[in-house]
Design a protein around this ligand. Sequence first.
Ligand code: ZN
Length: 364
Amino acid sequence: MAASVEKTSSLCKTSAAQLLLSPGDSSSACSNNKTCCAAKCELTDYDYLPEFLKDNEFILSYYRSQWPLKQTLLSIFSIHNETLNIWTHLIGFFIFLMLTGYAASVFPITAGNHSPLIQPNSSSSSSSHAVMIPSSLMLFDGGFYRANYTTESSSSSSALPQQLSVSRWPFYLYLAGAMFCLLTSSACHLLSCHSSATCYRMLRLDFAGISGLIVTSFYPVVYYTFACSPFYRNLYLSSITVFGLAAVTVSLVPVFDSPRFRPVRAVLFACMAASGIVPIAHKMMVFGNRPEAVLTTGYEAVMGLLYGMGVVVYAARVPERWFPGKFDLAGHSHQLFHVLVVAGAYTHYLATVVYLGWREAEGC
Ligand SMILES: [Zn+2]
């Protein structure tokens, strides 16, 4: 690890004293609000931070403050109080990149006529066919999803190609939204310490990423559930899109950044997420007797629980509130929030695989 984990606000104060003693020699000295002396940057305490970096008074030490861009970028490989915030979402990004690559080999992005997930059911003389989701698409849980469908209107397999031409862009849009959110969040945590202007821009990007994740989460849910009901499909898709754009717009108001608006930010994003309850409730009213509807709703409930827990932890700032300074490097609320977000996004990915398999098998 490149940077030593020392609390060096005292170092910079000492250097400032040296500056007073030797005013002509400033090459190796620091000022009170700068933590880089020559090429060496040191970590500092909350009390020495400029206002724009004061976000959580229960995290007392190991801050980077106004480091040059090069040192800020290299700090991805050093230990400070943002290291795990950066890596929890960067690892999440790579997980979703891997899922996207593998999914693309199973579900080519351009819908084809012969999905490898669709297999004629040889045991049946009717038009029954089965959807099989490879266990490798269900990374981590090794789950296996299989359902048989019987269509009354078609009696030969020649009808299948047209039925199976289902757009896959909502599925990939969600994966792109998840990767964008995780990557922008990681970049925000890495770069925000550089300067006030950088912090402002990165926070904008972070909010845009969160809004993007929430909005794109609903696209596969709504698109595949209401693929055969264009009115409801368009109504729900346009509603969540407008809501997402509104959230991004509100996020652009500078006053929204201050720590006292932390609960407002949390509530805003929670409300946007909660708006997805309407199409999901509608799905259960229409398709409540279908195993795919029950399974996807189960995944969505788990996702909601994980995101909800994340929002509560984020807003309450626990456990560091109870033991200030004890969770500076590991275990503080924002790290827990990040892990819960990745877990929630992965749970939703499992649901989108089921949605896509369901619609590819059944068409309209
Ligand atoms: Zn974060």
